[in-house]
Design a protein around this ligand. Sequence first.
Ligand SMILES: [Zn+2]
Length: 276
Amino acid sequence: MPELPEVETVRRGLLKIATDRQIVGIDVLYGKTITNDVELFKEALIGQTINTVDRRGKYLLFRFSNQLTMVSHLRMEGKYFNLPESEVPRKHTHVVFHFNDQTKLCYNDTRKFGRMTLVKTGEEMQVAGLKTIGPEPTDTTLTVEYLVNIMAKSRREIKPFLLDQSKVAGLGNIYVDEVLWMSRINPLEPVNHLTTQQITKLRANIINELATATKHHGTTVHSYTTAFGDAGEFQNQLHAYGNAGKPCERCGTTMIKTKVAQRGTTYCPHCQVLGA
Ligand SMILES: [Zn+2]
């Protein structure tokens, strides 16, 4: 599933391939992708222009010229790419936005879990998922005080806690394993056991890791590509995810893969001791 760095990379690509062009037609080939009435969706957007694309957590926010916003979540495998009108869309293309410059923006999703919801601009935070979303993981929006406060009230294990988008926006399985390894925290550690010092370090690692991965256009595992069909480059800089059975880069102990909250989880049993 694309996490914050991958979604942000998609957003930056969309700014280049989808903005400032007028939509002259829309094909919806798989109706469930659109949570609105499909005919009303088309009617509302044909003739409009995508002014810009914003992001909140893992949600893309397409801002249209008529004060409408399309909230798009890629879920497992959603992708956007652009094609010249002369080219036939690839397999698993579910929505096509035709532009007035003889190009089209195609939404492709092999798993069909991705969704698009059109709302009035300003009402996007009422959409399910965004309504409860936690702070964006940046220096100004994710404060130590906030984390110390909510962690003190919860006995949940740190891994599911960080995967919960209502606590912190943007993290998924890969980057949670990475930041826990960097912070030397066991994925099963109850969050109310963490010290302010540990939380401070964890917060800094979350912010730095997501920013660095974004700089490298995200991580490519399975099928994620940028809006230009390129692979990300950050997979070469992962220390925990995908490293099970390999020596820990810090201490040489063999990295272990287990399941936490139904998710494959890789950690170092020496550096990330429970209750340390
Ligand atoms: Zn280690």
